[in-house]
Ligand binder design. Structure first.
Ligand code: NAP
Length: 272
């Protein structure tokens, strides 16, 4: 499994991680960890905490330092004091002392500087090794970054897949400008057209992987991108892990680009 540096952190982490929404499967998660997918993405929202509990069970046998565990605070909890309480609850469910990255799930009604200050305080307290955001467009990102005093934004987690490529023109450039990580969620979704399926199937056959792995590898062509597919099926986990070592050549990338053309964004950053 190839790795790359996770944004502004010192950590080298796998290109392919594991999602856990709404409820993960413990054995599938463990199979993924064994295959090198040690970046686990969860959130207090997922299954009302149940997802974090299952992740806690799944990771228990592994050395903590070998994992990169990410969770997210609900915007409604993201006040200066609420964020610390939410983090403690997540840590308890995950049965760990710290998160590798703690994100605000999306921008809510709490003033952003209060939320970012609360995240920064968790780094100072040793509860989070880094902090990030999710579903932030470049305006939100600039405002969030400006309100931070000493800790940079490590990542922005955004909806990005073959059917939703508008982040390439908006959030991905911000990642390049600031050296932060760009984490693609729901990375497997795609519009099903005869042409698109044929292009993916041909490339997949050439590399002896699945069309899904090809789709993930296309997203990972960007040097700041990570993907967090969720799979409760072990066969899916194994198929997705192969994307971490799959490098597409230029004609393959061009063919996918043409078959799943990017549209221009009208309106807000889409989210799931
Ligand atoms: P996804 O990972 O794109 O797709 C998951 C679906 O694809 C599941 O039904 C899974 O089935 C199936 N699948 C997985 N691998 C496959 C393969 N190789 N071949 C065929 N099907 C496959 O969608 P997602 O769960 O929405 O997104 C991934 C993660 O991103 C989430 O779990 C969550 O951690 C995160 N997320 C974050 C946000 C946010 O607001 N920050 C929003 C949405 C998601 P099985 O489970 O049966 O294997």
């Amino acid at each position: 499994m190839r790795t790359r540096r996770f944004g502004t952190t010192p950590d080298e982490i796998p290109l392919v991680g594991q999602g856990t929404w709404p409820i993960p499967n413990r054995e599938a998660l463990r199979r993924g960890i064994d295959l090198g997918m040690t970046h686990i993405d969860t959130a207090e929202m997922y299954g009302d905490g149940r997802s974090e509990e299952i992740v806690g069970d799944a990771i228990a046998p592994y050395p903590r330092a070998s994992l990169f565990v990410v969770s997210k605070v609900l915007p409604s909890n993201a006040t200066a004091t609420g964020i610390a309480r939410a983090c403690e609850r997540s840590l308890r469910r995950l049965k760990t002392d710290y998160l590798d990255c703690y994100l605000v799930h999306w921008r809510g009604d709490i003033p952003l500087d209060e939320t970012m200050g609360g995240l920064e305080a968790l780094v100072a307290a040793g509860k989070a090794r880094s902090i990030g955001v999710s579903n932030f467009d470049p305006w939100d990102l600039r405002e969030a970054a400006a309100s931070l005093k000493s800790v940079p934004i490590a990542c922005n987690q955004v909806l990005y897949n073959l059917g939703e490529r508008t982040p390439e023109e908006h959030e991905l450039p911000w990642a390049h400008e600031t050296g932060s990580a760009f984490v693609a969620y729901t990375p497997l979704a795609r519009p099903k057209s005869a042409r698109g399926e044929k292009v993916l199937a041909e490339i997949a056959a050439r590399h002896k992987v699945t069309p899904e792995a090809v789709a993930l590898a296309f997203l990972l062509r960007d040097p700041f991108c990570f993907v967090i597919p969720k799979a409760n099926t072990v066969a899916h986990v194994e198929a997705n892990a192969l994307a971490g070592d799959l490098i597409l050549d230029v004609p393959e990338t061009v063919a996918i680009d043409a078959a799943f053309a990017a549209r221009e964004r009208v309106g807000a950053l889409p989210m799931n």
